[in-house]
Design a protein around this ligand. Structure first.
Ligand SMILES: C[S@@+](CC[C@H](N)C(=O)[O-])C[C@H]1O[C@@H](n2cnc3c(N)ncnc32)[C@H](O)[C@@H]1O
Length: 230
């Protein structure tokens, strides 16, 4: 099986310490990290009964059953403050990830590192991180079976920072790597999204929509400049 996404997420976890995988479903990531001796033990959780059962069964059927603690519940509520070093939240929408982080800020700040892999709307994750002052330590694009995935590594911080609308969507560290083929693919994907959104507003009369169209135009121009190497 092609598991570049799982391997890349696991590679951003601080090794040798207890990790937690929130929304683990099948517990594939936990098993991968234990098989590769990346963490001594891991807590996995899921909010829904079906995925929780899958994780429980996968953990129990493995030789690592004593090192996987399977819990059921919403977001970080299944953890005690500071209980894990790295918290992984992968395979969910950006809005859900941001909501999970924002639910109990005091608790969220008690963990050492976060590896976040939004499946949609990564701008919602960056919006939360920038407002809270959590730095973007690493941003990576992974291609797996023709799909592109974004992974963000961060940790609690204190100094809020500004991101431009384009940086919010795509990520400042990704934009800085525009020569990499996989990053180019990702930038073209966003360019296509902006162009079709702007085209959908061609006949906009309302002033808010016209402003939105101008915002798309600015993003398109800046992305084209980056892709053309200027
Ligand atoms: C698509 S799966 C991703 C599984 C795995 N993390 C991965 O990346 O392959 C998303 C999982 O997140 C779970 N989930 C969604 N919202 C959650 C929440 N607030 N707390 C815990 N789990 C949640 C869902 O039940 C589902 O099993």
């Amino acid at each position: 099986m092609d598991n570049k996404r799982i391997a890349a997420v696991a590679g951003m976890v601080r090794p040798g310490r207890l990790a937690a995988d929130i929304g683990s479903d099948h517990a594939q990531l936990a098993l991968y990290m234990l098989q590769n001796e990346m963490v001594p033990a891991i807590i996995v959780s899921d909010i829904h009964a079906g995925p929780f059962d899958r994780a429980y069964q996968a953990a129990n059927a493995s030789i690592f059953r004593d090192r996987i603690d399977v819990r059921r519940g919403d977001g970080l509520q299944i953890l005690k403050k500071g209980e894990a070093d790295t918290v992984i939240i992968a395979g969910m929408g950006g809005d859900t990830i941001a909501q999970i982080l924002a639910y109990d800020l005091d608790k969220s700040r008690s963990f050492g590192r976060f590896v976040l892999q939004p499946m949609s709307r990564p701008q919602m994750v960056r919006k939360f991180l920038a407002a809270q002052g959590w730095p973007l330590l690493e941003e990576k694009i992974i291609e797996e079976n023709g799909r592109l995935f974004i992974i963000i590594k961060t940790c609690p911080g204190e100094k809020p920072y500004h991101l431009s609308p384009l940086e919010m969507d795509i990520g400042p560290l990704i934009l800085a790597e525009s020569r990499q083929d996989v990053v180019k693919q990702y930038l073209y994907y966003w360019l296509g999204k902006y162009r079709s959104a702007a085209a959908g507003l061609n006949n906009a009369r309302n002033s808010e929509l016209r402003i939105l169209k101008l915002e798309y135009k600015e993003k398109i121009d800046r992305l084209e400049e980056i892709l053309n190497g200027s």
